[in-house]
Design a protein around this ligand. Structure first.
Ligand code: HMG
Ligand code: MG
Length: 286
């Protein structure tokens, strides 16, 4: 009998806000994180310690981390692409750090300005430092099925990069359909390849909902045994380096889907609805 417990990792403050055109006050970002903390998430990705020239929207990462209420039992995570980001994330009090690679060479260059192989080398000291300092390390693989520059990505590429992140010591690898173009068939093939290399307990699904297929892709991943999914309250999100990328799958939609199918998320529906309404209020009018 497979587990009916599913963990939703909340992405709105990071993946959600990184792509917003209008500057958003630090205080409102903090309020969003606090509302999410109150909704029952065990894991929230708060921000990124990346170059402020590349992602100006998250330039206040340290101030956001300093301002949030730290609820016991919640793990507050941040992205860190290199040692500079890792040191800044830890100084700011991040409980968990995430490194991020890509299954597509062109997206790797556009997103983090280096090849896939170079990115793994840059992550090596981050992985060593996280091990030394007892900080949980998560890994992302972007473009696991589709790349905005290269089109369809071979499942073996996703599996290979996922394996390399695992070998670096990531306790969990989040598989990103960065531009939300993956069909359930393509996602299933990708998962089959990744599961040939990694245990299902080490995997999470990260689906953007550009073409409205994210819930179908989650269904496929649930069938494959995955029990951790990234989602963003209010369906916020997108990646500035992935043209056409829309929001992360909406947390409320994922929660509703899961509960309708007999899964438990541990989230408080009313509080989640309040956090989601607040998240939507931060979105630029377009
Ligand atoms: P670079 O220019 O190659 O790096 O950027 P560099 O080492 O040559 O440094 C250049 C400048 O950046 C220097 O400053 C550094 O100090 C600074 P300068 O001397 O010019 O004033 N710098 C930093 N500043 C703050 N924090 C840092 C940092 N590192 C260098 N950590 C780099 C390489 C990776 C830094 C850059 O490309 C970058 O920041 N990219 C941002 C990538 C990003 O955040 N993308 C969005 C998140 S990924 C995503 O959304 C996908 C995901 O959701 C999954 C999915 O959907 O697929 C995770
Ligand atoms: Mg994403």
């Amino acid at each position: 009998e497979r587990s009916k417990q599913v963990t939703i990792v909340e992405m709105a403050p990071r993946d959600g806000l990184q792509n917003e055109k209008q500057p958003i006050d630090t205080a409102r970002k903090i309020e969003l994180v606090n509302l999410l903390s109150d909704s029952g998430f065990a894991r929230i990705e708060v921000t990124s310690f990346v170059s402020p020239k590349w992602v100006p929207q998250l330039a206040d990462a340290a101030a956001v981390m300093a301002g949030i209420e730290r609820r016991p039992g919640v793990r507050y995570a941040a992205l860190a692409p290199n040692m500079q980001g890792f040191e800044a994330a830890l100084a700011a009090g991040a409980d968990e750090v995430a490194i991020f690679a890509s299954a597509s060479e062109t997206f790797s260059m556009r997103n983090i300005n280096c090849s896939i192989a170079e990115s793994i080398e840059r992550f090596r000291p981050v992985a060593a430092a996280s091990r030394d300092r007892g900080v949980p390390l998560r890994g992302y693989v972007s473009c696991v099925v589709e790349c905005p520059y290269e089109g369809a990505v071979p499942p073996e590429s996703a599996a290979n990069v996922a394996w390399q992140l695992r070998a670096l010591g990531c306790y969990e690898i989040s598989l990103g359909d960065t531009i939300g173009k993956g069909t359930p068939e393509a996602v299933d093939q990708m998962l089959a390849a990744v599961l040939g290399e990694l245990p299902v307990s080490a995997l999470a699904g990260h689906f953007h909902d550009t073409s409205g297929q994210a819930l179908d892709n989650i269904a496929v991943a649930l069938d494959r045994g995955l029990r951790v999914f990234d989602a963003a309250a209010g369906g916020l999100g997108g990646c500035p380096f992935a043209p056409g990328a829309k929001g992360n799958v909406d947390t409320v939609a994922v929660h509703d889907y899961l509960t309708a199918h007999g899964y438990e998320t541990g989230l408080d529906e009313e509080k989640l609805a309040r956090a989601a309404a607040f998240a939507r209020s931060l979105r630029s009018a377009s």
